[in-house]
Design a binder for this molecule. Structure first.
Ligand code: ADP
Length: 397
């Protein structure tokens, strides 16, 4: 292996492709970009060199065309020969994938069998893997699973109180998501502050939101479940809900399963509560201008997040650190303040000035050293590259 190599990280969504090229082992990002609205007439592919440029795409380009454009760019930049592996973000690995996995035809078949568990996410990930295997047949490719980090959860945390056969025959259990993010920020906290790194709650608050209870570096519980719909209030997802509401929507209101799916995933959460937006920046501005729906949405968001954090303390037997990450966790000081305001009984107290000053950078923002409150920006691409690089090194030993 050369002294430094490149890992190309791919994150394929239903109509988007995010990529990041990292130089290893230093984990230095040298190129990144995102293709959006794939399959539509206005599809576009923006790349940071670091300055922003647009890559040309054929009209109504789909994922394979975006990957071809990316491959051509990497060749033009003379980067292709240095790429040692491709790392794919995969949302759902079920119980089968507990670790980063070398992708091949057999693994793809297993991934396809998991589609029923993640019908909204895995098909796009699989399409991305198939297209990348076709473009780069000679490079090793790895799958890094959002669920893998939470595979250390005990039964107590992952089983639903449903008939056992639904677990044993259908795999209906809690899996948890955002695993690479929770793993990255909890690992970083243990570097920054080993003395408060034992019993940790990580709060990933972005468009999707989840919390994890991490004991000595291992996930022991998390707020998301079989799908990324359970748990906290999110941008457009409702989070925890009485299952009776679902029955009501289906039987009394006569909504189709498709309509219920859209309602719970796309029309609820901050957007549904505020009637205004799923974006915390817009909601925070509206709240300050007196919009009561925006204020209520943010207060419910904070209250529910605090309740989830308090519940996760049960799995940890106490708390040494609370870590905020994700777009909201890293930037929205007022939301952090509202969450922590409910958690004073755990000994958590913000330093108002440190909290206010912290926008997207790493900092301790608590008044006390213990229990501590931190902001640690997440770097999922870096974690995905790190995991794949380690796996590749182990294979080449
Ligand atoms: P995703 O889950 O799609 O990766 P992000 O982690 O980027 O999303 O988080 C998006 C959320 O972060 C949005 O609600 C956005 O309003 C919020 N956000 C981003 N920057 C700020 C900011 N400076 N202040 C407040 N909220 C922010």
């Amino acid at each position: 292996m050369q002294a430094t190599t490149l890992i190309l990280v791919l994150n394929a969504g239903s109509s988007s492709l995010k990529f990041s090229l990292l130089e290893m082992p230093h984990e230095r990002e040298i190129l990144k970009g995102m293709a959006e609205r794939l399959g539509e007439t206005q599809s576009r592919f923006m790349v940071h060199y670091p300055e922003k440029k647009e890559l040309e795409l054929p009209p109504s380009a789909h994922l394979p065309a975006a990957l071809s454009a990316l491959k051509a760019l990497l060749s033009r930049q003379n980067l292709s020969p240095r790429i040692a592996a491709i790392a794919h973000r995969v949302v759902h690995g079920g119980e089968r994938f507990k670790n980063t996995t070398h992708l091949n035809g057999e693994v793809l078949d297993v991934l396809k069998s998991l589609i029923p568990l993640a019908p909204l996410h895995n098909p796009a990930n699989i399409q991305g893997i198939e297209a990348a295997l076709a473009e780069w047949p000679d490079l090793p490719q790895y799958g890094v699973f959002d669920t893998a980090f939470h595979q250390t959860m005990p039964k107590l945390a992952y089983r639903y109180a449903l008939p056992t056969a639904l677990y044993t025959e259908d795999g209906i259990r809690r899996y948890g998501f955002h695993g690479t993010s929770h793993q990255f920020v909890s690992g970083r906290l243990r570097q920054l502050s080993p003395q408060t790194g034992e019993r940790v709650i990580t709060a990933h608050l972005g468009n999707g939101c989840s919390m994890a209870a991490i004991l000595n570096g291992k996930s022991v519980d998390t707020s998301m479940g079989m799908t990324p719909l359970e748990g906290l209030v999110m941008g457009t997802r409702c989070g925890d809900l009485d299952p009776g509401v679902l029955l009501y929507l289906l039987t009394q209101k006569g909504l189709s399963p498709k309509a219920v799916n859209r309602l719970l995933n796309k029309e609820s959460g901050l957007l549904g509560l505020s009637g205004l937006s799923n974006d915390v920046r817009s909601l925070d501005r509206a709240r300050q201008e007196g919009h009561t729906g925006a204020a209520l949405a943010l207060e419910i968001f904070a209250y529910r997040a605090a309740k989830a954090a308090a519940a996760l303390c049960v799995s940890l037997g106490g708390l040494d650190s609370l870590v905020f990450t994700g777009g909201i966790g890293e930037n929205a000081a007022w939301v952090r303040e509202r969450i922590v305001a409910h958690l004073g009984f755990l000994g958590l107290v913000l330093d108002p000035e440190l909290n206010q000053a912290c926008m997207g950078h790493e900092a301790r923002i608590s008044l006390h050293e213990h229990p501590a409150i931190w902001v640690i920006p997440t770097q999922e691409e870096r974690m995905i590259a790190r995991e794949s690089f380690e796996k590749m090194k182990a294979e080449n030993k």
